[in-house]
Each structure stands twice: as structure tokens, then as C-alpha cells.
Design a binder for this molecule. Structure first.
Ligand code: KG4
Ligand code: ZN
Length: 360
């Protein structure tokens, strides 16, 4: 089965071609530089950029995959949640392509697709490559494949600039949300505390970089809801505490090493909450596997600490590949293919986007 998938829910325009569990091509055009000037994603600008970039991105994906539109068996797109005007671009385009080709259309829940991204892995070096399969911008070309025979029930952490979710995945296409953030997402906390330090948007990667040479124990910030019985998160209190801390220590920002210590201390608070609550949920739900995806999964401390915690508990850990942590159409296409294989009915061609779609 060969599918074209589109993702335009936020600020990444992405198209992927997927065939029988292999990502033949995955092209992502990020708008992050455009929105940086405004300190956050501007929905109207995002939608215009998607309109401008979607066709070139989709054409490139098809060309790199060596697939003609007539060879497609289905078309998929993110249906929600996300920015309404941004979602509309990819969703309506995908419906139009499916209509023109008279092929099934699959509307995908963005978060459900995140649950699949940790199962998409780089094929082993020297492993067999499918002709045409390459991911743009990465040399030598990388091949992404899936092997669902390795699938295990898991607790999945989805952490990005827009969402923080803990999900119990009992089996494929069968999941239950255990908890989510009550206010700011984890990525938002990185971005906003970084902004207080004068770092450019999105500050997460820079906080990560500076934290590598900082002392995580230098400053003691709150670990919100760490010992709360629920699986929910809250990060706005941590952000406020950093704001007051900087108000009381304005000179600290002049000292590069203290800034590195501050980054390390904030990061340690966020990562401890994420790791502790994920591991606790996995133990309670009696699963032996933890997965993670979303932009914050690029964070080195999170990858390291989650890795160590899983090793201690004897859990299998699947972290999304770095290239697939942030939003991408590969995960949309892989999930759409699984749905069709499991005989999930196609989505109506006159169905609408669901910007506020909540994962059950
Ligand atoms: O998945 P993503 O692209 O989705 C959203 O658009 O929300 O995630 C972006 C988020 C931003 O908040 C960014 O600061 C954060 O992921 N992020 C990081 C790192 N890389 C990206 N946060 C901490 N450490 C990183 N290395
Ligand atoms: Zn996402």
C-alpha cells in the first residue's frame, strides 16, 4: 500500500510517502525562523506559509520517493488538533487529491500519530534500502522503517511546545489518556523561561545547549505536581518562580556561567517531573515499555534521564528518532496505513477539521 500524508497543524509544512511500513520520503519545511521574530507562532502567517509551501513540499516528497500520484492507494492528513487555518490547508488539499484520484482519505488525530512516531526507526546501517527511499536534507540519505512485530503495550510521553500528554497504549489503535498539562506545555515552559533570560524563540534547544555546561543543582526550582496522585502536569508555577527569581537577581544574567547554571536548574526541574511521572505511570499500569515523542524529546537531559530510569526498571525505551521528534507527516502516514490495514473506515471527503479534537 502506498500513501501520501500531509501535516500542517502548526508551523511545519510536511509531506511524506509511505509504503508497507517504510517511509519512502519525508519532507519537512519548518517556519520556525519566520515566527521567531514574533516570539511565537502567528496563526495567520502559518496558514499563508502552508499555502505557499505545501505543493512544493508534496511534489518533492513524491519525487524523492519515486512515486507518481496515480500510484497512490490512499491519502492522509492531520484533522486535528491544531491551528484552524493551518489545519485547513493540508486537510482540504489531501481531501481534494483523494477525490481526484478516487482513493480513500484518512483524517488523523495528531496526538495519535505521535504515539506511532517512536516505532519508526532508522534502518540499520547497511540494511536493505527500498529504491528511492531517502529523507531530504540528511546525507547520507537515511531510511526509516517500522516493525510492528516489536510492538509492546506502553506508556507514551508526548512533549512539545503545544502539548504534554501521558498516554497508556494497550495495543495498536487502543489507547487511553492518563494525564495532560493543566496549563503550559513542557516546551512552552522551556521557551518562556528562556525568553525571560533573553534567549530567542524557541528557546528549548538553546536552554538544552547551555545546560550541558551548567550545574543542575545550582538553583532549586519547584517540581510541580511531582508527588500528586494524578498523571497531570503543570508548568506555569515553575515559569512564575523563574520570573520572581530573575526579578530578585537581575545581575545574574550578566554572568555567563550563572546563566548556564540557571538553564541546567530549570531543565532539571522539568525533566525530573516528566521522567518521574512517566515511570510511575508505567509501573502502575504494569507495562514494560515507555515511548516518547514531540519536540522536547530532542532534549538531551530528558533522553539521558529517561534512558537511565528505564534501564533501572528493566523497561524497554523507544524514543522517537531526532528527525521525527518534531511534527512530521511520516507519523501521519504510518498511522493512516495501520488504520487501513486494521480496516478502520475511511474518513468522509466532506468531513471537517477538528481544531479542538481531544485524544480519548
Ligand atoms: O514538536 P514541536 O515542533 O511542536 C510544536 O510546534 O509544539 O516542538 C517544539 C517545542 C518547542 O517548545 C521547543 O523549544 C522544544 O520543542 N524543543 C526543545 C528542544 N528541542 C525542541 N526543548 C528542550 N530541549 C530541546 N533540545
Ligand atoms: Zn506535535
Amino acid at each position: 500500500m502506498t500513501l501520501l500524508a500531509l501535516e500542517t497543524s502548526c508551523d511545519e509544512t510536511s509531506a511524506a510517502v509511505v509504503r508497507d511500513g517504510t517511509v519512502l520520503a519525508s519532507v519537512v519545511s519548518s517556519q520556525v525562523k519566520l515566527h521567531a521574530a514574533y516570539g511565537g507562532v502567528v496563526p495567520e502567517l502559518a496558514a499563508r506559509e502552508h499555502l505557499k509551501n505545501l505543493l512544493p513540499v508534496a511534489r518533492t516528497a513524491l519525487r524523492e520517493a519515486g512515486v507518481e500520484p496515480g500510484q497512490l492507494d490512499a491519502v492522509a492528513a492531520t484533522q486535528g488538533p491544531g491551528l484552524p487555518t493551518a489545519l485547513l490547508v493540508g486537510f482540504k488539499a489531501a481531501q481534494a487529491v483523494a477525490f481526484a484520484l478516487r482513493k480513500p482519505f484518512v483524517g488523523i488525530h495528531h496526538h495519535e500519530a505521535h504515539l506511532y512516531s517512536p516505532w519508526i526507526s532508522l534502518s540499520p546501517p547497511g540494511g536493505e534500502r527500498v529504491a528511492g527511499g531517502r529523507v531530504r536534507g540528511i546525507e547520507p540519505a537515511k531510511q526509516f522503517v517500522t516493525d510492528f512485530s516489536a510492538f509492546q503495550p506502553n506508556v507514551s510521553l508526548i512533549v512539545s511546545g503545544g502539548h504534554t500528554l501521558l498516554v497508556l497504549v494497550k495495543s495498536e489503535l487502543n489507547h487511553r489518556v492518563l494525564g495532560s498539562t493543566m496549563d503550559d506545555a513542557a516546551g512552552e515552559c522551556f521557551d518562556k523561561t528562556g525568553k525571560l533570560m533573553g534567549l530567542a524563540y524557541p528557546a528549548g534547544p538553546e536552554v538544552d545547549r547551555l545546560a550541558e555546561q551548567g550545574d543542575p543543582k545550582a538553583f532549586d526550582f519547584p517540581r510541580p505536581l511531582l508527588h500528586d496522585a494524578s498523571d497531570d502536569f503543570s508548568f506555569s508555577g515553575l515559569k512564575t518562580s523563574v520570573r520572581y527569581f530573575l526579578r530578585d537577581h537581575p545581575k545574574l544574567l550578566d554572568d555567563a556561567q550563572r546563566v548556564r547554571d540557571l538553564c541546567a536548574s530549570i531543565q532539571a526541574a522539568i525533566v525530573e517531573v516528566l521522567v518521574t511521572k512517566t515511570i510511575r505511570a508505567a509501573k502502575r499500569e504494569h507495562v514494560r515499555c515507555v515511548t516518547a515523542s514531540g519536540g522536547v524529546t530532542c532534549n538531551r537531559a530528558l533522553r539521558r534521564d529517561l534512558g537511565n530510569a528505564c534501564k533501572r526498571e528493566g523497561f524497554m525505551l523507544r524514543l522517537a528518532e531526532m528527525e521525527l521528534c518534531t511534527d512530521n507527516a511520516a507519523m501521519i502516514g504510518i498511522l493512516a496505513e495501520r488504520k487501513l490495514l486494521y480496516k478502520t473506515p475511511a474518513t468522509d471527503l466532506d468531513s471537517e477539521i477538528q481544531p479542538g479534537w481531544v485524544l480519548a
